[in-house]
Design a protein around this ligand. Structure first.
Ligand code: NAD
Ligand code: ISE
Length: 340
């Protein structure tokens, strides 16, 4: 396309408002044409700062608004499927925040609808694939100079969890990022999940099983462990160490600047994902916009969203059962050749 890409942003909470600001200020060739939020006041507030942007409470009305060529979904996970299916009906390219859907059954309905259409329109917001450190680790592993990956040791820590967070969401909402990152970094599927839980931290809200230790086994024989701790109190940390046959590589130490003064050394720990992954969100949106304008599909696909949801479901079952659970995947439609 030659004109500016008009984007409808569905859900204008923390992420939706941030993405709308990003489209407005950081992405060339795109503008926010409409926003929708069930909270009409929130939608109006975000639209007020954006030239020619309509505010709606009904997502379908935003999809049908004048000048809308593409959609960004940033409503809560359970609301994604309905909007995704409407986008596919209207043949609108869509960038959908993770998780694509909270359940594999819903994700499979999206995959099947897109496969029937015969072309990729859905990209899932697994933004770690656009983070500079993750990109370097991916290039190193693909280059194979360290040999075969044996382990990925991952840590995913949030300073505090939102009030609505459940024990299951530590897996389906947080570890789902590691699931996608592991599938992408390794080019393998996750085949089984086990979950161990220590006595909950005193800093966690009553009843929340936080932290958890999640073990993923993969089709290529790599073992991935994830410490997820969403009320660690001290900051936001996402780390990954790949241990390979001939060496190891680690990302996420966050040591951009180390200060030495008064007989001490140290640095800052960022407090949340909007800071740690700001560049990745920018790059994700820029590359998606470029691809949509050129009529291409790139990035994590609906199949990746489905595979991550299937692993998350096995993880939630393992959390409840206390035993190792196998992951079962549907047959992959031809539309989704290899790993995205
Ligand atoms: P939020 O609660 O701050 O915002 C969600 C907004 O959606 C709210 O304004 C709410 O009123 C609105 N909403 C609720 N139901 C709706 C519906 N049916 N239609 C339209 N609007 C609706 O949540 P958030 O933290 O911004 O998370 C939004 C999405 O982004 C979730 O899928 C979440 O998992 C994802 N997320 C991704 C990252 C990341 O790092 N990629 C980080 C945080 C959140
Ligand atoms: C949140 O929804 C995200 O996606 C963040 O990246 C993650 O760190 C956090 O745990 C999730 O709740």
């Amino acid at each position: 396309m030659s004109g500016t890409l008009g984007i409808a942003v569905i859900g204008t909470g923390k992420m939706g408002a941030d993405h709308a600001r990003r489209i407005d200020r950081m992405v060339a060739g795109a503008r926010v044409a409409a926003v929708a939020d069930v909270d009409g006041e929130r939608a109006k507030e975000v639209a007020a700062g954006l030239d020619g942007c309509g505010a709606y409470t009904d997502p379908e009305a935003a999809l049908a608004a004048p000048g809308v060529d593409a959609v960004l979904i940033a409503s809560p996970g359970p609301a994604h499927e309905e909007v995704l299916l409407h986008c596919l009906e209207r043949e609108l390219p869509v960038l959908c925040e993770k998780p694509m859907t909270p359940d594999p059954a819903g994700a499979l309905r999206v995959v099947e609808a897109e496969a029937r259409l015969g072309r990729r329109l859905v990209q899932v917001g697994f933004m770690r694939r656009y983070d500079a450190e993750y990109e370097r680790l991916k290039a190193l592993l693909d280059g194979a100079e360290l040999g075969r990956p044996l382990f990925l040791h991952c840590r995913h820590r949030n300073a505090a969890s939102p009030s609505f967070f459940t024990s299951e969401m530590l897996i389906a909402d947080s570890v789902v990022h590691e699931v996608d990152a592991a599938r992408w970094l390794l080019g393998q599927e996750v085949t089984a999940v086990s979950v161990l839980t220590p006595t909950a931290s005193g800093g966690a809200p009553e009843g929340l099983r936080d932290p958890q230790f999640v073990l993923l086994e993969t089709s290529g024989g790599t073992v991935v462990d994830v410490e997820v701790f969403v009320n660690c109190g001290f900051g936001y940390q996402v780390q990954c160490e790949a241990v390979c046959e001939a060496g190891s590589a680690r990302i996420g130490d966050g040591q951009a600047m180390v200060v030495q003064s008064g007989g001490r050394w140290g640095g800052e720990i960022v407090q949340d994902f909007t800071v740690r992954f700001a560049d990745a969100y920018d790059r994700q949106l820029r590359r998606w916009t470029e691809a949509v304008r050129e009529g291409r599909a790139t990035g994590p696909s609906a199949w990746d969203g489905y595979a991550a949801a299937a692993v998350a479901e096995a993880g939630v079952t393992a959390l409840r059962s206390g035993v190792r659970e196998r992951v079962s995947l549907a047959e992959r439609p031809g539309l989704y050749g290899g790993h995205g």
